[in-house]
Ligand binder design. Structure first.
Ligand SMILES: O=P(O)(O)OC[C@H]1O[C@](O)(CO)[C@@H](O)[C@@H]1O
Length: 321
């Protein structure tokens, strides 16, 4: 599991948007071989959608051969309702980029046979070759998609009754009126997300800090369903400083030092970390308990040098001795 800690929500959103752009561009999707992206709902992805739209408008990315699967949809509100995830994702993302209508997949919370609708969704994911990258938000109680506490870690797309905590949390979108919040939804399951070839979790804000701690410092537990990503072969969590509030200081330092080395290895341009790579000394902490990491990084710097080439992408080259 990789944990990337950025300063705040803005930085987290920019980081993930850049990461998605790189993943899609490197994949080189075509009509026959599309990039399949799982999408979250909620407020977490709004800013990163904005950043992706900016990249699209700047000609840095196209969504023409991207197939999307939204993770969930409320049951019983029309898709034209401003809080349906259909309208939400069209408003904040789809209508602003070149994605093809036929490539957009959403669960239909008004289907006459909701269970058949869930089976259809799972089949469709398989038919397109599986999800390449599933982007997920997390609730303060550690759920992702609507896999509420106690959900089976083997669950698949299904009907789910919402936890009281989620209803309260989502009432902010329904003028604070709990009675207006749908009480059930269709949602992909924990296993549906785990089948994706990569999972990226966005966690920001102090109110989600317990969820983050449960997710990475404790064991896999169905009461904190996001902890299931410990079992995923390629899991990435991007959080802000506030969300680290409940983590051990040692955990934060550990993941930060890993990122520091990682940045040195893969180069600033791949992560969009302008300038950080070129001033590695400045980013190395001088505190005594980090001497071990410092020595390791120095060894790394001694054995490689960073080369700039024409496309402004620094590459690591083994230093000749
Ligand atoms: O991003 P927000 O608004 O905190 O909401 C996150 C929630 O939204 C969801 O994506 C629900 O669709 C959940 O994964 C998570 O509960």
């Amino acid at each position: 599991m990789r944990l990337v800690i950025r300063n705040d929500y803005d930085d987290v959103s920019a980081w993930i948007a850049h990461y998605i752009k790189e993943r899609i561009n490197q994949f080189k999707p075509t009509e026959a071989h599309p990039f399949v992206l799982g999408l979250p709902s909620g407020s977490s992805p709004i800013l990163l959608f904005k950043r992706l739209i900016e990249f699209y408008k700047a000609g840095e990315i196209s969504f023409k051969h991207v197939v999307t699967f939204n993770m969930d949809e409320y049951i019983g509100i029309p898709k034209t309702h401003k809080e349906s995830y259909y309208t939400y994702t069209h408003t904040h993302f789809f209508k602003n980029v070149d994605i093809q209508k036929k490539n957009i997949n959403l669960l239909n919370g008004n289907a006459s046979d909701l269970e058949a609708e869930c089976r259809r969704y799972e089949r469709k994911i398989i038919r397109v070759g599986g999800i390449e990258l599933f982007l997920c938000g997390v609730g303060p109680d550690g759920h992702f998609a609507f896999n509420e506490p106690g959900s089976s870690l083997k669950s698949r797309t299904r009907i789910k009754t919402l936890a009281y905590e989620s209803i309260v949390a989502n009432s902010r979108f329904f003028s604070g009126d709990i009675s207006k919040v749908p009480k059930a939804a269709l949602t992909v399951g924990v296993a549906t997300v785990m089948d994706a070839r990569e999972v990226c979790i966005i966690i920001t804000g102090a109110h989600k800090s317990v969820a983050l701690a449960k997710c990475i410092e404790e064991g896999v537990n169905h009461m904190w369903t996001v902890s299931a990503i410990q079992m995923h072969a390629k899991a990435l969590i991007v959080c802000d400083e506030d969300a680290t509030m409940e983590l051990h200081v040692k955990t934060v330092k550990y993941f930060k030092s890993i990122e520091q080395v990682h940045r040195l290895l893969i180069g600033k341009a791949n992560l969009g970390l302008q300038g950080e790579l070129l001033a590695p000394e400045a980013t190395i902490s001088k505190s005594s308990h980090e001497k071990g990491h410092q020595l390791f990084i120095r060894h790394l710097l001694d054995s490689v040098s960073v080369e700039d080439d024409d496309d402004d992408t620094p590459r690591l080259k083994k230093r000749r001795r």
